[in-house]
Design a protein around this ligand. Sequence first.
Ligand code: NAD
Length: 260
Amino acid sequence: MLKGKVAIVTGSTSGIGLGIAKELAKLGADIVLNGFGEASDIEKIRSGFERDQGVRCVYDASDMSKADAVRGMIAATIEKFDRLDILVNNAGIQFTAPVDEFPPARWQAILDINLSAAFHSIAMAVPHMKKQRWGRIVNIASAHGLVASTHKAAYVAAKHGLVGLTKVVGLETAGSGVTCNAVCPGWVRTPLVEKQISDIAADKHISQKEATNELLAEKQPSLEFVSPAQLGGTVAFLCSAAADQITGTTISIDGGWTAQ
Ligand code: NAD
């Protein structure tokens, strides 16, 4: 379905981004991997995609907190592959503290990586996608792009901002063959959430298992985690012809979180 298409997935060395990159590679897209990690682990992922899926896969180490690096990654991809069809803005970080104790440097880092990076990548990708008359931009927001929780001022602000950016880009590209949507996951068991489970366990002197149950019970009525593969499937759907008229909107995959 995606043979001959080129996809960038930011933050795809781990968690959700890796799940999305896997799904797109399975469907035949060439992949630009991005994110941090051990060079040998990243090379294993990269060469695994080429071997198992028969696609081209390159790794770009650009730091999504730096505007020039984000813009450079898009330019380098277009230069290398002569096209860019799918852009998944997924790289993200978390930090939790009450607003009056929130360190300004953490606020800035979350805004830079979780929101501004998407602005810079989209600004570079849109002219090219419009020229191709086909493009798919998928922003990985969160249930926290739609509703709030305590102690997540920067994350909730950035994710709400990302949903707003998605709407504007959906409008500005309407009718051009390019769509822009946001995917809003609930809890997914990745390193980003593992840390929050450990924090609950330490704070309340309970086991990891009890902390996991508490985390799910508080927000996610299904009491089950969303999987990276399910999110990959959702991105694949947004890249299909069935989704040609879906733009400027959000898709929640959150076990009922935001229905409450
Ligand atoms: P993760 O920590 O497993 O992965 C984050 C990825 O982003 C990694 O590949 C990491 O190397 C990369 N990254 C971090 N900072 C970067 C930077 N400056 N430049 C380039 N890459 C960078 O986290 P995850 O849970 O897979 O999160 C992925 C996205 O999904 C984030 O935007 C997160 O907010 C969102 N999300 C996660 C959940 C969840 O429950 N895990 C829920 C909703 C939304």
